[in-house]
Ligand binder design. Structure first.
Ligand SMILES: *Cc1c(COP(=O)(O)O)cnc(C)c1O
Length: 358
């Protein structure tokens, strides 16, 4: 008996999520916040982690973290919260719960690759509706696809990854009204989106749940995502969550960081300023087309993305090459907004690479 005789064919066809080696590089590939906590908070956190009861199983509901999230992000008591080991896990839980035989997950393309990957793993049929060439939502195509496919599940990232833009709010509202199933709005980049959110719409749409993560806000290492929705939905999803999915150290550190959320929000504010600076710098570069972003990264297109990507890497700058991922991403690269010196290093290296081309 060999693995390929036993493993499900759709798993055999998948390739594992690739993470590039970033040792020694200026790391601008993964939408991380470049800033750490200030020294005094790190010392305090170290003390709290030292006292954590790692000999015990964690609180299965991580109630202290849930309360800290409610406080930090003003989440109304009418809604329930479920925590995930990253919002990736929450995507998996929702998909598993809705994966009746023949059920469909519908999303847009290009978008977050885990939607497709998790659909395939959980046995959902995946349908991707292409965005327009400017990465705006093709509302007519979406409404057609909803009518035709009757998806149990729709995923929309707001802002979208890897394009960085937010889709037109009114179009999303019409999708919510037309969808026969659940619509998940994934607000992973909420911290950089100037307050744009669908959280207030939970009251209006019974088929809406919201997903967020603390990863992009500066806590990627903790692996903590959260879902907010009407209790009726969350109660069902909670049944298939593994009981201790948020470990003791994450619970302690997340509560501590969320109690100091203003520090993280200030860092996000700096990144939003840097995003504007990076955007104007990219816009004046000959041959570079930068796309508007409400996230902590910028997508841009140039004549030979693969060559520039490799050149940047040789110069110690790691960003993300999206060329080949989707036809609409032809010759596109994605750079995470870093600290000012990192962004300067990226821009200098990019200018050098482009000059070498001329
Ligand atoms: C990064 C990202 C996530 C995953 O976040 P984790 O909480 O780190 O798993 C989810 N959705 C989108 C759109 C993302 O870009």
């Amino acid at each position: 008996m060999t693995p390929d005789q036993l493993i499900r064919p759709e798993i055999l066809r998948l390739s594992a999520y690739h993470v590039a080696d970033a040792t020694g590089m200026v790391k601008l590939d993964a939408m991380e916040n470049p800033y750490s906590l200030p020294d005094n908070l790190r010392t305090e956190l170290a003390e709290k982690l030292g006292e954590a009861a790692i000999n015990r199983y964690p609180d299965p509901h991580a109630a202290a973290v849930q309360n800290a999230l409610r406080q930090a992000f003003s989440i109304d008591a009418d809604y329930a919260i479920m925590l995930g080991n990253g919002s990736d896990e929450l995507i998996q839980i929702v998909a598993s719960a809705l994966a009746k035989p023949g059920a469909t997950l519908l999303s847009v393309e290009p978008s977050f690759v885990m939607y497709r990957m998790i659909a395939e793993c959980t046995g959902l049929r995946y349908v991707g509706v292409p965005l327009r060439p400017d990465f705006s939502l093709d509302e007519a195509a979406m409404l057609d696809a909803i009518e035709r496919e009757q998806p149990e599940l729709v995923f929309l990232a707001y802002p979208n990854n890897p394009t960085g833009n937010v889709f037109e709010r009114a179009a999303i509202e019409r999708i919510l009204a037309a969808a026969p199933g659940l619509v998940v709005i994934d607000e992973a980049y909420h911290a950089f989106a100037g307050g744009m959110s669908f959280i207030a719409d939970l009251a209006r749409f019974d088929n809406l749940v919201l997903m967020r993560t603390v990863s992009k806000l500066g806590l990627a290492g903790l692996r903590l995502g959260y879902m907010v929705g009407k209790p009726g939905w969350i109660k069902e999803f909670d049944k298939i969550r593994l009981p201790y999915n948020i470990n003791v150290l994450t619970q302690v550190a997340a509560k501590f960081a969320l109690d100091h959320v203003s520090v993280l929000e200030r860092q996000a504010g700096l990144l939003v300023e840097e995003r504007a600076r990076l955007m104007s710098a990219l816009s004046v570069l000959q041959g570079v087309q930068a796309f508007p972003s409400d996230a902590n990264f910028i997508l841009f297109r140039l004549p030979d993305a693969a060559k520039v990507f490799t050149g940047l890497k040789r110069r110690g700058i790691l960003i993300k090459n999206l060329h080949g991922g989707h036809p609409l991403l032809d010759n596109c690269l994605r750079v995470t907004v870093g600290a000012p010196l990192e962004n300067d290093a990226f821009l200098a290296a990019l200018r050098n690479e482009l000059e070498l081309d001329n």
